[in-house]
Design a protein around this ligand. Structure first.
Ligand code: OAD
Length: 252
């Protein structure tokens, strides 16, 4: 990637009226939250795809909750990093900036992000597994006690308020995310771009004429399809975007 292309991307971003940023686990990596794929995503011998399903929960809710309790405890000790803060700052200073995240860790929220859609829910939300009708509730206890937690209304099992593999997204969230694809600049930051429908949002944005920017230390399935793919860590590249033209994101 030539420096001129990166400079062009930053100037497009700086002058755009509507900017949408899609984030993934890579944005929280510098905070100490493990990403999902690769060795970092393993817990004991399990991959997330083996535990984050309704079938896994039905089979062994204690095991699934043990994993979520471990992740909640780990995340509770992780502060938002520069990437979260820069994005939160843009969202509060620029009314045209919208964020869509696949992350369930709550770090965008803790950084004070405005106009945020959490496509995959939140690890801090609990839901009645029996769907007894009680609204989802927030629980920040780490460790959880009891674990597995119980529904306060019916006493049945509670489940994490996240979207599991094989489940559909909340239609209202998907509508918000799809509407946000009508923008001038669409940034894909810190996601392996393999989980749909989130991974397909860049295509929708491009169909609406958006200029596409990717920020990721690795190549992904969307790297060839974007206008500029910047190889770098989100917390460094986003900060450089923020400081432009005093500082220029550099070529990796
Ligand atoms: P992944 O773990 O699949 O991908 C993380 C991405 O972040 C990779 O492409 C890394 O190269 C990149 N990365 C690592 N460190 C980075 C850094 N400092 N700055 C920028 N990028 C960095 O996570 P997601 O793409 O978010 O779904 O995964 C998508 C969904 O799959 C998750 O929301 C979750 C998961 O299983 C559900 O739970 C439904």
């Amino acid at each position: 990637m030539v420096q001129a292309a990166i400079d062009h991307a930053v100037s497009r971003f700086a002058t755009a009226r509507r900017v949408t940023v899609l984030t993934g686990a890579g944005v929280s990596a510098a905070s100490g939250v493990p990403t999902f794929r690769g060795d970092a995503g393993l817990w004991r011998q399990f991959r997330p795809e083996e535990l984050a399903t309704a079938a896994a929960f039905a089979r062994d809710p204690a095991l699934v909750w043990e994993w979520y309790d471990w992740r909640r405890t780990l995340i509770a000790a992780c502060p938002p990093n520069r990437a979260h803060h820069v994005l939160a700052d843009w969202s509060t200073r620029r009314p045209g900036v919208t964020l869509i995240t696949q992350n369930v860790d709550g770090l965008h929220e803790r950084a004070g992000t405005a106009r945020l859609t959490c496509l995959h829910g939140s690890i801090w939300t609990l839901r009645c597994w029996r769907a007894c009708g009680t609204p989802d509730w927030t629980n920040y206890d780490v460790p959880l006690s009891p674990c597995p937690p119980r529904c306060p209304s019916c006493g049945g099992l509670a489940r994490p308020g996240v979207v599991w593999f094989g489940e559909t997204l909340d239609p209202a969230d998907l509508t918000l995310a799809t509407e946000a694809c009508v923008c001038d600049v669409f940034m894909v930051v810190g996601t392996s771009a393999v989980v749909h429908p989130a991974a397909g949002l860049a295509d929708i944005a491009r169909a609406h004429g958006a200029y596409l920017i990717e920020i990721n230390p690795e190549t992904t399935p969307v790297s060839d399809a974007v206008d500029v793919s910047i190889r770098g860590a989100a917390e460094i590249v986003l900060e450089a975007f923020d400081r432009w033209p005093l500082e220029r994101p550099t070529v990796a």
